[in-house]
Design a protein around this ligand. Structure first.
Ligand code: NAD
Length: 470
């Protein structure tokens, strides 16, 4: 028996399904026009509303919203506008000699009706970013944003409603149940961004209809600092990567592996840079966000309490305030290997550091865990960088910086196994929402026309000869 919600979603899904060929047959210019409308909303008409919404959701500073929510989507749109014409073209490929008389090409066809499920941590970026790719590829789309950032979801719902008919793009707000009901429908593709735990639920549901999936997941992204690194630059960049969005970033450095002899200098630089970025009192800094809700706040506080119980070295920070889910930028040394800080994705402003003596220890430690979404190394030693990159696996990486790989639209973005399946951004995002249809066209008589039954000795000889050409 279907509930009211089921019926509403089924009806919307059916209308998008009926509309999919019209949208799919749209020209390059039609699609660019839609992307321009979205650009206009983000850059002009709704920019201030977006900033205010994110401030209400978790006190995200306006400048950080511009940089990490609006700018990346505008970048995706600009890149798609520049390249979409060539992405949409049939891609000619070689044809083997044995198939003489034929030509071959790949036709990028839209997948059809797609579902985008997005997280709360960069709600605009991680909802509209995939939407740009889905529109560029000619799909109809149903979006379910996170229930944890209701103000951001509200503005996005308003934008989608203003720009699109719902048989083309629709956004459904609501609790987890909305996602659960949507996942019962036979979508042609699901693009999910969130945790590995929920990623498994999504993949299981998708398997019912053999729906293809892109899973953009998370995990513990390691950051190595060896003793050839420029330490001050490393600390400055890691603090930026870790404490932007109050650490609630999928590719933020989750933990640091630090050459043991650098500890004292690292702590001193950490304290001075934190004060420089967020003043002596980060709680009153206008540049520092809050934790998204009390559930995540309590999870993070339990990590700090665990560090205190373990008598771990809390070298900086460690205070918090439940009043508005504030957690001070915190640095913790040498937590036990089985502690929550060293086993679970931190996803907050606490930086655990583990010291090492020999570079081999870092590889051993990283490889004892799931493949991370990103892996960073700060080093001037080519030997160490090559050693780390050749002996570990990760979705992405950056040498002597962090986060930046997300911003280059020429690079595929995504994880590997536990940190994700499939890639996003630029052409890779367009590809995720497209089916590569394999096409051949026979122009003249081909070899196979001479190999039809009845099979004679002459034809056998012809086959023996032809097989050599494959
Ligand atoms: P989440 O997995 O809890 O939720 C993501 C989305 O799934 C939300 O829209 C939520 O409503 C929905 N959802 C939650 N439970 C569900 C269920 N049982 N069935 C169906 N849908 C369900 O993740 P989150 O807390 O919003 O985000 C944090 C996680 O996302 C972290 O692990 C982080 O690393 C990861 N992340 C990854 C990327 C990336 O690009 N790879 C980007 C941002 C965040």
């Amino acid at each position: 028996m279907y509930t009211q919600m089921d019926n509403k979603f089924k009806e919307l899904f059916t209308r998008q399904k009926e509309n999919q060929y019209k949208i799919g047959n749209s020209t390059y210019r039609d699609r660019i026009k839609k992307l321009e409308k979205l650009k206009n909303a983000l850059e002009l008409t709704h920019k201030q509303k977006i900033r205010e919404a994110l401030y209400k959701d978790f006190k995200k500073p306006f400048l950080e919203t511009d940089l990490t929510e609006i700018y990346p989507v505008l970048g995706e749109i600009k890149f798609a506008k520049k390249n979409l014409k060539s992405w949409m073209k049939n891609q000619t490929v070689d044809t083997p000699l044995a198939l003489l008389g034929a030509s071959s090409y790949i036709k990028y066809e839209p997948k059809g009706v797609c579902l985008i499920i997005s997280p709360w941590n960069f709600p605009i970026n991680l909802t509209f970013g995939p939407l740009v790719s889905a529109i560029a590829a000619g799909n109809t789309v149903i979006i379910k944003p996170s229930e944890m950032t209701p103000y951001a979801s509200g503005v996005m719902a308003e934008i989608v409603k203003e720009l699109f008919n719902d048989n083309e793009v629709a956004l459904l707000e609501g609790e987890v149940e909305v996602s659960q009901e949507l996942l019962k429908l036979p979508f042609n593709h699901i693009f999910f961004t969130g945790s590995p735990q929920v990623g498994k639920i999504v993949m299981k549901a998708a398997s019912e209809h053999l729906t293809s999936v892109t899973l953009e997941l998370g995990g513990k992204s390691p950051t190595i600092i060896d003793d050839s690194a420029h330490l001050e630059t490393a600390v400055k960049r890691i603090i930026y990567g870790k404490f932007t969005n109050a650490g609630q970033t999928c590719i933020a450095p989750d933990y640091v592996l630090l050459k043991a002899n650098l500890k004292e200098e690292f702590v001193s630089l950490f304290k001075s840079k934190i004060a420089e970025f967020y003043s002596e009192d980060a709680e009153n800094s206008e540049s520092y966000s809050r934790i998204v809700n009390s559930k995540h706040f309590e999870r993070l506080v339990s990590y700090i309490q665990e560090a205190k119980l373990n008598n771990s070295d809390i070298a900086s920070g460690g205070t918090y305030n439940a009043k508005d889910n504030y957690i001070e930028p915190t640095l913790v040394f040498d937590m036990p290997k089985d502690s929550k800080l060293m086993t679970e994705e931190v996803f907050g402003p606490i930086l655990p550091v583990k010291t090492y003596e020999h570079i081999e220890e870092t590889v051993e430690y990283i490889n004892s865990k799931e493949k991370p979404l990103a892996l960073y190394i700060f080093s001037k030693s080519k030997k160490n960088v090559d050693f780390i990159m050749n002996n570990t696996r990760a979705g992405s990486g950056c040498v002597n910086h962090n986060l930046l790989q997300f911003l280059n639209h020429n690079l595929p973005f995504g994880g590997s196994n536990n940190s994700g399946i499939g890639k996003a951004h630029g052409f890779y995002g367009f590809e995720a929402f497209s089916n590569r249809r394999a096409m051949m066209k026979q122009h003249t008589l081909g070899a196979t026309d001479f190999l039809l039954p009845p099979y004679t000795n002459f034809k056998q000889k012809l086959v023996d000869l032809t097989l050599k050409w494959f």
